[in-house]
Design a protein around this ligand. Sequence first.
Ligand code: GLU
Length: 404
Amino acid sequence: MPNAYQNFLSQLDRALAVVPKPVALVTTLQTPNRIIEHTLGIQKDNGAEQSFSAYRIQHNNWRGPYKGGIRFHPQVDLDEVKTLAALMTFKTAVAGIPMGGGKGGVTVDPKTLSSTERERLNRAWTNAFRADIGPTVDVPAPDVNTGSADMDVIANEFGHPAVVTGKSITHGGSVGRDTATAQGGWYVFEALRSHLNLGPDPLTVVIQGFGNAGATFANIAHALGHKIIAVSDSSGAIHNSAGLDIPALHLYKTAHRSVQGFPGAENLTNSAMLELPCDLLIPAALESQITGENAPRIKAKVILELANGPVTTAADDILFVNNIPVIPDILANSGGVTVSYFEWDQNMKSEHWSALEVDQKLRDHMNAAATAVQTIAVQHGTDLRRAAFIVALNRLQETESKQK
Ligand code: GLU
């Protein structure tokens, strides 16, 4: 399997094979502007010292300040953060927001940290990267295993709310930010639905990952009457072909810290779950989950990437031949960073938008992004991933030429 950054480069190459761009533009986009690495030392509650590798990659800022989350995960490494930063440049361009692309990460298993240790880690991260971030320079946000409490600490340590987005409402966050990734994904799906070969409602849905994006998507689809037939978390998966009771599953997960063992559902492995027949498969966990190895066995009718990079280019080719459209991450999960931009904009202007206003603006952005991608896909007779990259490349080229 190629490493994640090589996978990004081949996604880019495949779009460029459809719509070539000047070499100088391509070379810049193939390489991050800056790679910043620090070792963070914190004191554990028992007085011992522990150190962690920490990263911020600033990929591109032609369209605006670098923008992207900070991930806490034991598998975080430079290759992963570089890939996620590059995807942010293309995602903010597809979403049509005036932001660039960046990403941060700490190689840590957050389950091993107490809440005070976690706070010290966030303060250490802020101080290590203080000179490199800022409201008009680089604006981090939540990502896998980070959330509003972490962002509140970073904003507090830095001393300005607009340095991060995804804060709690009482600390300058925006209404609708916590549900934005999933809600945006649903709006993208709705905008594209008539082009997808799906039957009438209710749809059957399989969701990999029950974190913020996956669990919120389950709530949205369940509330609309669709059947969530399987979900997974890091402990494994559960399946019930009649549909899972999602509100009850939330209570179960809070009590048992795992979805497995949920009454009335059968346990199965994460990999078996990905291969279940369904209308919509939602990878909402980590990258490289659907690869050349398991893609031939995928029986979903449509894949919507709420995670970043869950489908490799080898898998893309197999899914294309098998007529399974993939709605790509840089479009499908761009609702999160879109409402992040709304939050930043509100902070910069000292405004507070209503839930209705945020929701309408999110829907408009997602409709516009999905329509732009679908139009290019038809125009060039290509898949949605290549089309999304082409939309982003066109917009990045436009911004770059204005700067000259
Ligand atoms: N981590 C999210 C993403 O991958 C959100 C980034 C942001 O809001 O800046 O898109």
